[in-house]
Ligand binder design. Structure first.
Ligand code: URA
Length: 286
């Protein structure tokens, strides 16, 4: 049996064990159609004076987006939607608050210098994919190929990401892919804290507009940024985290898998979990 067939069998088995599915309703327009990112009103998004993720209490709503899993937390802010809570991570003074569409945010990223990397880049790398995606994949920062093309994950790591997504039945165009940094760090060095602080609010805005039901962080940088904790990747994978009410799974960065093929097997285990939870959240029975 090939690895893929083996994984398929495991997924089917897990789906049989999973029990009843309670799909999360996506916001609907008055005529019943699903809202697109550009339909959402700024009033549906919160503004908060505090920006660091650490100052926002986790949700205490049992079962919220997690299917059968209870979410631990104080309950502070749990009456707001995950998207309002994530939007509230954007600093109060940020012009992002005035923007209502992905196009506006993309133009803001293109036309402004927030950090020195925004001057040295060839192209901003905003994000790509379905603006109504239920799954968002979040990487670290553009590399040379992405900088040249203005699109995330188009180099070797991107090709592997596409294969990983395809193996769990996602087309690249079906999901939304973005990075923490929108500009390439020189020689692909790790992002600096001040770079992350300046660009992460753009990602929060993207999440608030796209309204995905589940997040996949590939690599340690995106996971530690969103979860606001300094753990190893190994300590963060294989469990769903609560990102302000949204389930978030962490797995290896595809570039790390290219360097260490031994991590491919655990990465498959992670993305299987992702697919299973995605199907439960979206009511997908296919
Ligand atoms: N690595 C990332 O984290 N993002 C990209 O877009 C490309 C490589």
């Amino acid at each position: 049996m090939s690895l893929l067939e083996e994984l398929k069998t495991i997924i089917e088995h897990e789906q049989q064990l999973a029990g009843p599915v309670v799909p999360l309703p996506h916001p609907r327009k008055e005529d019943g159609r699903r809202m697109s990112a550009s339909d959402r009103k700024p009033s549906e998004m919160a503004r908060s004076p505090s920006s660091p993720a650490s100052r926002v209490a986790p949700s205490g709503k049992a079962g919220d987006l997690f299917g059968n899993r209870p979410i631990s937390g104080s309950g502070v802010g749990s009456s707001r939607s995950p998207y309002a809570r994530i939007h509230a991570l954007i600093p109060a003074e940020s012009p992002l608050h005035e923007m209502n569409t992905l196009e506006e945010v993309e133009a803001f990223v293109r036309d402004n210098v927030l950090i020195p990397l925004d001057k040295t880049r060839k192209n901003p790398v905003f994000g790509t994919g379905n603006p109504d995606a239920d799954l968002m994949v979040i990487g670290e920062a553009p590399g040379a190929d992405e900088d040249a093309q203005g699109e995330p994950f188009v180099g070797r790591a991107g090709m592997l990401l596409n294969k990983i997504l395809a193996a769990i039945r996602f087309a690249r165009e079906e999901v939304y892919i973005a990075n923490i940094l929108k500009s390439r760090p020189p020689n692909n060095r790790n992002p600096l804290a001040e770079e992350v602080n300046a660009h992460a609010p753009i990602l929060y805005k993207q999440i608030a507009l796209i309204q995905p039901k589940i997040l996949l962080c590939v690599g340690r940088t995106s996971a530690t940024t969103l979860l606001d904790r300094q753990d190893s990747l190994g300590a963060m994978r294989q469990t769903f985290h609560d990102f302000h009410g949204l389930p978030l799974l962490v797995t290896y960065h595809p570039a790390a898998l290219l360097r260490n093929p031994g991590w491919k097997r655990p990465a498959w285990e992670d993305v299987q979990m992702l697919r299973e939870r995605y199907d439960r959240l979206t009511g997908n029975t296919a």
